[in-house]
Design a protein around this ligand. Structure first.
Ligand SMILES: [Zn+2]
Length: 673
């Protein structure tokens, strides 16, 4: 998926998951044999639900973590692989979409041709950078590289105006770093210091692969570090970025120019393909000031180094294989602890999904997703919405005035299920069988131009931010809609052959989670129409904040790989996990009220609900990837997405007959929704 400036506001179900499907025999369903029956569910429920699975599922060498999500991704890769292998076969009768994805994938797979071409493919781009004459050309080159998909200096795109959700405006956000987050440049602990050294070595090696001498390449790496550190210092931290008011600074083009007089915005905006606009949201003006200061202090030669690095970084996959291997060595091995690079075909499947997602998605949906999939999901959504409606009405701490507005907001939420009604048309992109780098550049140009063309136009509410094969879901607070790609609407999340309890613990919790995002610390700041507008009474806000403080405290105590979970960074997701589980269980109970209560495999419906919920997150992960997750991902690590929730639920303690004082029955419990 293309990440645009402020999509950080989208509340996705999980960060790492990408793709999956169902054309193979289904071994991925809820599994009683995954339990560790030697563990006590009241002491460590995650261990109980997943212990045997964890023991039997070592992390494959080409992964940094391995969980049920990744099992699904792998199966999905197999389906997409089949589709793309078939599509890549030269056949005069291929339809337009098949030709697009087949030629893109076929070109990507021809590593020998890429190696044979050497640096020729990228030479024109390198020359452009080398020949920059002044700061005006620098601004134009930044635009050119951004269009090509090389994230240099900042992110520029379009988005709904926070305060007027009917308007699409220009958006400018911080960016331009090679490490995962600003704090990677600023932390002083030994691991962070060592990682920066490894990053320097990596950047140096990439310049050496271009043919630079070791000393020159080393100096270039230091230049990159100097510029990126200055940009990092001007960036807003990831906790503050969760507050929409902090990343909303609407201004005119003249005001933007005044913030950064040394950057040639007019040249930039023309070169990037922006239409004229009245207002632009500059998410974090301090970042633009820092950028201006760096333009003053860095030489044009320094900027050429920085831009060359970001070009290499973004396009290493389409250069001779030693570039991708070096990139994996740092971004895969060092940063996340994976041991082997993924096979070429898996990477090319991912690139096709990222760059031509709705073309590949069409073929995926034709194979895997029927009408009944949409219908049964809508049915579940309906039951979850009813349960959340009851929950909103019944909480003790909210006044009737705010409750009424909350219910109105819930009723206004739109449901998007499976895939878009109108497929994106990629036919204007020239996709050439012998030009994989050019294909990637042109696909990114198409996408950025498509985003920029929206500025000043009415909002398109039918668009998706995820491709159909994605195993994920999201809530968009400005659209006030929930989105469930076809990829997640299958076992083990939804399984026709399983009892309701298992399905409510699977897809039911995911639906509940996304709906609850409308009412977490971030989502609650947007009203039913998607505007950033306070609809809460002061006393209700205070009560809400007190309950959220409890959640922050609870999750901040959890640690993995020697690092504490950041309770503030993960607050929205933890709130959604807790609310999602609670309302999914409410929906199950409503469903069971007039039925016999089946005991299956020795477990009651409530027990199977919680076990199903737990098993979605069975997972093993390297220390490196866990550290990175805790430092960058707004989702808590798998174990705490489960234990952190069940220990807040008396319903869980009752279901498993836990006693007071046991770890899953703490004295203090948190309850927002
Ligand atoms: Zn979420």
């Amino acid at each position: 998926m293309f990440k645009t400036a402020l999509t950080a506001l989208l509340c996705v179900w999980a960060l790492s998951a990408q793709t999956q499907s169902a054309s193979k025999p289904n071994s991925l369903r809820f599994d009683i044999n995954a339990l560790d029956r030697s563990a006590d569910p009241c002491v460590d429920f995650y261990q109980y639900a997943c212990g045997t699975w964890m023991k039997n599922n070592a992390i494959p060498a080409d992964h940094s973590s391995w969980g049920r999500f990744q099992e699904l991704e792998e199966r999905n890769h197999d389906v997409l692989h089949e589709i793309l292998d078939g599509a890549a076969k030269p056949d005069a009768n291929r339809d337009q979409v098949t030709r697009e994805i087949g030629d893109y994938y076929g070109a990507c797979m021809d590593q020998n041709a890429i190696d044979a071409r050497g640096l020729d493919a990228i030479k024109p781009e390198l020359d452009r950078i080398r020949n920059l004459k002044d700061n005006a050309q620098l601004a134009e080159e930044v635009a050119h590289l951004q269009r090509a998909g090389a994230g240099a200096l900042f992110d520029f795109s379009s988005g709904q105006d926070f305060k007027d959700s009917t308007a699409v405006i220009a958006q400018l956000d911080q960016g331009g770093l090679g490490l995962p987050d600003r704090d990677y440049y600023l932390r002083e602990d030994p691991k962070s210091v060592a990682l920066r050294q490894q990053y320097l070595v990596h950047v140096q090696r990439m310049f050496e692969l271009l043919g630079e001498k070791a000393e020159v390449a080393k100096a270039r790496a230091e230049t990159v570090m100097k510029i990126e550190t200055a940009l990092a210092k001007g960036s807003l931290d990831n906790v503050s970025r969760r507050d929409p008011e902090k990343v909303y600074h609407k201004m005119t083009k003249q005001e933007l120019q005044a913030l950064s007089p040394l950057f040639h915005w007019s040249q930039y905006l023309a070169a990037v393909g922006s239409p004229e606009f009245q207002g632009i949201n500059v998410a974090w003006p301090d970042y633009i000031r820092a950028l201006n200061a760096e333009i003053q202090s860095a030489s044009l030669d320094d900027w050429m180094t920085y831009l060359t690095w970001h070009l290499l970084r973004a396009k290493s996959a389409f250069l001779p294989r030693k570039f991708a291997a070096e990139s994996f060595d740092f971004y895969g091995k060092t940063l996340t602890g994976a041991k082997e690079q993924r096979p070429r075909w898996k990477r090319c499947v991912d690139f096709t999904d990222t760059e031509l997602g709705e073309a590949l998605g069409q073929k995926y949906v034709e194979r895997t997703f029927g009408k009944e999939g949409k219908q049964r999901t809508l049915n579940m959504v309906d039951r979850l919405e009813k349960a959340l409606g009851q929950d909103l009405q019944s909480v003790s701490w909210m006044t009737p005035a705010t409750k009424q507005k909350a219910v109105q907001k819930l009723e206004a939420i739109k449901n998007k299920i499976g895939y878009p009604d109108h497929w994106r048309d990629y036919s204007s992109i020239a996709i050439k069988r012998d030009d994989p780098l050019g294909n990637s550049v042109r696909a990114y140009e198409f996408e950025l131009q498509r985003q920029l063309n929206k500025i000043g136009k009415p909002v398109n509410r039918g668009e998706w931010e995820m491709s159909p094969p994605t195993v994920n879901a999201y809530y968009d607070p400005q659209m006030n809609d929930i989105n469930f790609p076809a990829g997640i609407l299958q076992p083990p999340f939804y399984d026709n052959d399983m009892d309701d309890a298992v399905n409510f613990g699977g897809i039911g919790v995911v639906i509940g989670h996304e709906l609850t995002h409308g009412f977490d610390d971030q989502g609650r700041q947007f009203d039913a129409s998607g505007n950033l507008k306070d609809w809460w009474t002061a006393e209700d806000s205070k009560e809400f904040d007190q309950r959220e403080a409890c959640v922050v405290k609870e999750y901040s105590k959890f640690t993995v790989a020697g690092v504490n979970v950041n309770g503030k960074l993960t607050l929205g997701e933890n709130t959604a996990d807790n609310g999602g589980a609670r309302v999914a269980l409410m929906a199950l109970e409503a469903d069971l009220a007039n039925k016999t209560r089946p005991v299956i495999g020795g477990f009651t419906p409530e027990q199977r609900f919680f076990l199903s919920f737990g098993q979605v997150w069975c997972d093993n992960a390297t220390d490196e990837s866990q550290r990175m997750q805790v430092q960058t991902d707004p989702h808590s690590p798998a174990r705490f997405r489960i234990n952190g929730v069940v220990q807040n639920m008396p319903e869980f303690q009752k279901a498993f007959s836990c006693k007071a004082g046991q770890p899953m029955t703490p004295a203090d419990v948190c309850h927002v929704w």
